[in-house]
Ligand binder design. Structure first.
Ligand code: NIG
Ligand code: FE
Length: 418
């Protein structure tokens, strides 16, 4: 089945030759075609170009569907490479604590935070957890996300970590979203292991990782390598164990301190290191020349009122940057990638072109999908969205609460989510 979009005001992020990622000063350039067409076939992007070169109707199959998208722009779908969108209940109680002045770490020390979500999740069945997560998936599809990474990490026991990962698998089977799963048993030390952190790490290594691998439930492995959570030594042990089963690291690092997380991530060839509020010259040097995508989560820094990472310094040094939502109940209860683009511009001082690269092709790289997702490129998966009529490209991040995603295509099909 072919679908032809005609009279696209601007076709955004086109690639003649696919690249793995965009780095340094190249992040500010974005290839677009004005007054364009886009042809999709069997779920893939078949062709695109200027309306001057639109394929002749005689050459198209008789059942081709043609849409005149007059005045609207077409973007590749967002690639959100870091979320925790499978969780039980919600944590607005802590939101009030934060308003009253408690920090994220203080809330965690009092048994709130991740442990609060773990308790709720242990009381929730797999079916119920799935029913709670499904509307979040539908919501992000409506808002333009076409590929997402989802982590476990609110189970903190073998049984409940597996439960979360099975829910992630069910979501990927039941929805048209491309989903990558990450095992994050080392998200926090569960209450019953307080003071016995090394024993919990042993359980992750000896019990959880082998079972996750046996059921083939995860693509990647994550550790929250930060002050008050897991040490560099814990992280090394866990990453080595995961890598034996083919799980490439993608880790939480340097959100709360100069934790050594960036260095250990690069040492084990992590696909990405994420958060990075505490990034200095050493960390930038470590990242340069590596295959690790520095991934920033401005929604979490915004929600928690934290300092921002030194993005301009990182880009000027030649690094690529991905932006992700971190959708989770504690530090970023939103998966709205358009808002993440706006935060990238407003809070991180990134240019509109930079935030578009960061939320598409670089996000795709950060979950191992840059060969198939993240740009308008012949042969890539036809995951795109059509905007409402908008005056300029810059209007997308500028109009920061307007709902400007009008129509979503995933795998070349119009996606009606309700
Ligand atoms: O990425 N930093 C660690 N983990 C999550 C927060 C999880 C939570 O508070 O529930 C994050 O921000
Ligand atoms: Fe996170």
């Amino acid at each position: 089945m072919q679908i032809l979009l005609l009279n696209i005001k601007k076709l955004v992020q086109v690639e003649e030759k696919p690249v793995q990622w965009v780095a340094g000063q190249n992040m500010a350039s974005l290839k677009c075609i004005d007054n364009a067409f886009l042809l999709m076939e069997n779920g893939l992007i078949k062709d695109f170009g200027s309306m001057r070169d639109v394929p002749s109707f005689a050459g198209l199959p008789s059942d081709v569907l043609i849409y005149n998208v007059n005045g609207r722009m077409v973007f590749p779908s967002f690639c959100d490479s870091h979320t925790h969108l499978v969780y039980a209940g919600s944590r607005e109680v802590e939101y009030i604590d934060k308003i009253k002045g408690l920090s994220y770490e203080e809330i965690a020390r009092r048994g709130g935070g991740i442990l609060n979500s773990a308790k709720l999740l242990s009381q929730t069945s797999e079916d119920e957890l799935y029913e709670q997560a499904l509307p979040r998936v539908k919501e992000i599809i409506r808002k333009g996300t076409g590929a997402v990474e989802i982590k476990s990490g609110y189970g903190l026991s073998t049984e409940n970590e597996l439960k979360m990962l099975r829910v992630i698998r069910r979501l990927s089977e039941a929805t048209p979203l491309t989903i990558k799963a990450t095992f994050l048993g080392a998200h926090a030390v569960p209450a019953e292991y307080k003071g016995r952190q090394a024993e919990y790490v042993d359980q992750i290594i000896n019990e959880m990782i082998p079972q996750v691998a046996a059921e083939d439930l995860a693509d990647y492995i994550d550790v929250f390598c930060d002050r008050g959570f897991f040490t560099v030594e814990d992280t090394e042990r866990i990453l080595m164990a995961g890598m034996k089963y083919g799980l490439r690291p993608k880790i939480h690092a340097n959100e709360l301190d100069y934790s050594g997380g960036i260095q250990v991530g690069v040492k084990y060839n992590a696909l990405s290191v994420d958060h990075l509020e505490f990034t200095g010259d050493d960390e930038i040097q470590t990242l340069l020349g590596s295959e690790t995508m520095p991934t920033l989560l401005p929604g979490a820094a915004f929600f928690l009122g934290m300092d921002n990472p030194p993005v301009r310094k990182m880009i000027d040094a030649g690094l690529p940057i991905a932006l992700a939502s971190d959708f989770n109940p504690g530090s970023s209860p939103s998966g709205d990638m358009k808002f993440i683009m706006s935060l990238g511009c407003i809070r991180l001082k990134m240019l509109p072109e930079e935030v578009i690269n960061a939320t598409t092709i670089n996000g795709a790289y950060a979950m191992g999908l840059s060969e198939t997702h993240g740009s308008i490129c012949r042969g890539k998966v036809a995951n795109i969205f059509i905007t409402k009529p908008i005056p300029t490209l810059e209007y997308m991040p500028y109009a920061y609460t307007s709902d400007l995603v009008e129509t979503v295509f995933l795998n070349g099909n119009i996606t009606n989510v309700c």
